[in-house]
Design a binder for this molecule. Structure first.
Ligand code: I6G
Length: 696
């Protein structure tokens, strides 16, 4: 049984809590609406807001006209001219029950208010999207846009006409038949792709030392920043979009002018006048169709090109809307039905560094579990060192986490004012957390990488697959499924374990028949006899591709010479620049990698070693060949190897620069092209003769 805590403080009284909440909400609202710098996620703001609403409902004596619950939005900024709305810009009630019951509750309320009974037909609604943007009132006089104003507190907004004029989707002039005064209401928002490229540009500016630039935490925040940008020139560079969803003042309706009976007709008319209306808008009969709409959009939400935080249901008949009227400034005929929030607050318990299959190190924030975007999240990627530094996430920090769709959750910002004192800055480790090898970040790259490719547990599968590849040491039949199984079953830990496999170990694997096991063992045996370039390539040294491996083998002749070569000597090799030389040196400086090479040799992997290349020209030095058709004895790969070993290059297509075309059976267009260009065509016998011939 839990012991009561005798020393626990009694907690604030309702009056104290109401005061606390009001102060806190005022501060957050100021940051959100006025400074466009939200400090808490919307969901957290909603939670505090609802707590205040509930307290005020339970204690009417605590009501106050300046409570945040009495306001629709934010206060107008002094920098913009204030605009008193001809018709107040209200907000709609939010249904926070994100399940189907949210839609059901709304329909039940509407039917009750209208005095409908069960046997009455379903109410017709319009179902729309609730964009995550800013509400805007566009005023047209005689068909010309004369003013654009933000919602502000619902009564008074800000005149942002200059900035809104830069939005291409907003018509500046309307067709002739529109009412003389027409206010169109809708949402200004930023598409996700536009948001990404804007932030990319911001990051570049910051990297180049721009002082007053910042990145934006989400598209809504970026859109708000653009709309309330004091310099319209800058606003014009911020890509905004618009969707219309209703009207404000409309006067007077002319004779023969458009008449609407329903909200849907109104939307169609707005569309015909040139306003963008969301294509997903539809009518819905009763609660079942509202629920179906909510579920359909939930499935499509992540693929939409813009953020939405819910859907909106409105009674379609304007006569019924009038009948339903308003309750405390919110229409009874509309509701916003939310989806689970995609941003939430939580704390960072630790920052771990994970190593990927290819050796990439990724810092990951370990989080106190938080329900966000419909799942419980405990990890959020910090991407790389620069991102982690830029966000300055530290252990113990309170952070905003975002999870949208199937995208990996990420930390969007840190609440610096909640930082634990003396929390140390995160630094990337200089050694791999899995195998202890050096972790290096190459010039011009964002990621640190583990250099213990042959030994590192995280890179095991990739290392084995690469070694066994057809163009490396080649172990026939050793594909990714099999490697996956063998590594997961711990039958092989490092490459040399491959050569210690026996029939019994293999027989235990899924779908491994006796015959396949024998074939694999034979293929392994065969792979022991290889060439130095193949072996070198098979080691998976970063930046050492097939061609570089061949150049290295030709230059040094022996593996030990390569393993011990200082960078200066490596730089003497054709095609080897500083990045490649450093990569080779770092790889062989890792004792674990050298051990693996020794063990492979001890297992019998061998090749013919040669002398360091005499600088004398080779038979095909400087020549480019194209191989086409089927050759009688050599495979395409073998022919390519032989040409390259003789100093030649093999190209994929015929051009004026081609010296010879080697044509086999059924050679097609490449042969025709060679004949057109007058290039010498030879057969396999001709090639073999050239390979034997002395250079010249
Ligand atoms: O804030 C809003 C978002 C979307 C709305 C709205 C809407 O319709 C799709 N509709 C109304 C009538 C209001 N606010 C007041």
């Amino acid at each position: 049984m839990a012991t009561p805590d005798l020393f626990a403080s009694p907690g604030p009284s309702p009056a104290e809590r109401v005061a606390e909440l009001r102060t806190e909400l005022h501060q957050h609202a100021h940051r959100y609406y006025v400074l466009d710098e939200p400090s808490i996620p919307d969901a957290e703001y909603d939670r505090l807001f609802q707590e205040l609403q509930a307290l005020e409902a339970a204690h009417p004596e605590l009501a106050s006209p300046d409570s945040p619950t009495r306001r629709v939005g934010g206060k107008a900024l002094d920098q913009f001219t204030s605009v008193r709305h001809a018709v107040p810009m209200l907000s709609i009630r939010t249904e926070t029950d994100t399940e189907a019951t949210g839609a059901q509750n709304f329909d039940t309320r509407v039917r009750k208010e209208l005095g409908l009974v069960e046997s009455d037909p379903p109410v017709e609604y319009v179902a729309e999207l609730k964009f995550d943007g800013l509400a805007m009132n566009l005023r047209y006089e005689n068909g010309v846009l004369v003013q654009a104003a933000t919602r502000g507190d619902g009564e008074v907004g800000e005149d942002v006409t200059q900035n809104i004029r830069t939005i291409r989707q907003i018509p500046l002039r309307l067709p002739k038949d529109v009412p003389p005064v027409l206010e169109v209401r809708g949402e200004v928002y930023m598409r996700r792709d536009d948001f990404e490229s804007l932030n990319e540009k911001q990051r570049e500016k910051i990297a180049q030392g721009a002082k007053n630039e910042k990145t934006f935490v989400n598209p809504r925040n970026a859109a708000a920043g653009a709309v309330r940008q004091l310099d319209p020139g800058i606003a014009a560079q911020r890509p905004l979009s618009f969707f219309a969803y209703g009207v404000g003042e409309v006067t007077p309706q002319q004779e023969g002018g458009p008449q609407f009976d329903t909200h849907f007709q109104l939307l169609l008319t707005l569309k015909s006048w040139g306003f963008p209306v969301a294509a997903l808008t539809q009518t819905a009969q009763g609660a079942p169709e509202l629920i179906a709409f909510h579920q359909k959009i939930a499935r499509e939400r992540d693929q939409l090109p813009y953020d939405i935080d819910g859907v909106v249901y409105k009674v379609n008949s304007l006569a019924l809307q009038k009948k339903l009227g308003f309750v405390t400034r919110e229409p009874r005929w509309a509701v916003a039905h939310k989806y689970p929030a995609q941003e939430q607050m939580t704390t960072v318990l630790a920052i771990d560094v994970q190593v990927g299959r290819t050796g990439k190190l990724t810092p990951v924030a370990k989080l106190a579990p938080v329900f966000v975007g419909g799942v419980t999240v405990t990890n959020a990627t910090l991407h790389n060192e620069d991102e982690a530094r830029r966000k300055d996430v530290r252990v113990g920090d309170t952070v905003i986490v975002r999870r949208a769709g199937d995208v990996i959750p990420e930390v969007v910002s840190v609440m610096a004012d909640k930082r634990v004192q003396d929390a140390p800055q995160f630094t990337m480790p200089r050694t791999c957390p899995v195998c202890g090898s050096d972790a290096v970040r190459e010039e011009g790259e964002a990621d640190y990488r583990c250099t213990g490719g042959l030994f590192c547990g995280a890179q095991r599968k990739e290392a084995i697959l690469h070694y066994a590849h057809r163009r490396a040491v080649e172990v026939e039949g050793l594909g990714d499924k099999l490697v996956e199984q063998m590594v997961d079953a711990n039958i092989i830990r490092t490459l040399p374990d491959l050569y210690k496999l026996g029939l019994t170990a293999l027989a235990g694997l899924e779908r491994m028949a006796d015959k396949s096991a024998q074939n694999l063992l034979q293929a392994l045996e065969k792979s022991k006899s290889t060439t130095l370039p193949r072996f070198l390539f098979g080691l998976g040294i970063r930046h050492v591709g097939e061609a570089t491996a061949k150049e290295l083998a030709r230059h040094f002749g022996k593996l030990d010479a390569i393993m011990d070569a200082p960078e200066a000597q490596l730089l003497e090799v054709n095609d080897v620049g500083p990045i490649v030389a450093t990569s080779i040196r770092t790889f062989f400086d890792q004792p674990h990698n050298r051990e693996v090479v020794e063990q492979l040799r001890a297992c019998g992997v061998h090749w013919a070693e040669g002398e360091p290349a005499a600088r004398a020209p080779q038979p095909l030095s400087g020549k480019t060949l194209v191989i086409t058709g089927t050759l009688p004895t050599l495979s395409r790969d073998e022919a390519k190897d032989r040409v390259e070993a003789a100093g030649g290059k093999v190209a994929g297509s015929v051009s004026k620069k081609t010296d010879y075309v080697v044509a086999g059976a059924e050679a097609g267009s490449k042969l025709t092209r060679a004949q057109e260009l007058g290039i010498t065509v030879i057969d396999e016998a001709g090639l073999l003769a050239m390979l034997e011939a002395p250079p010249g």
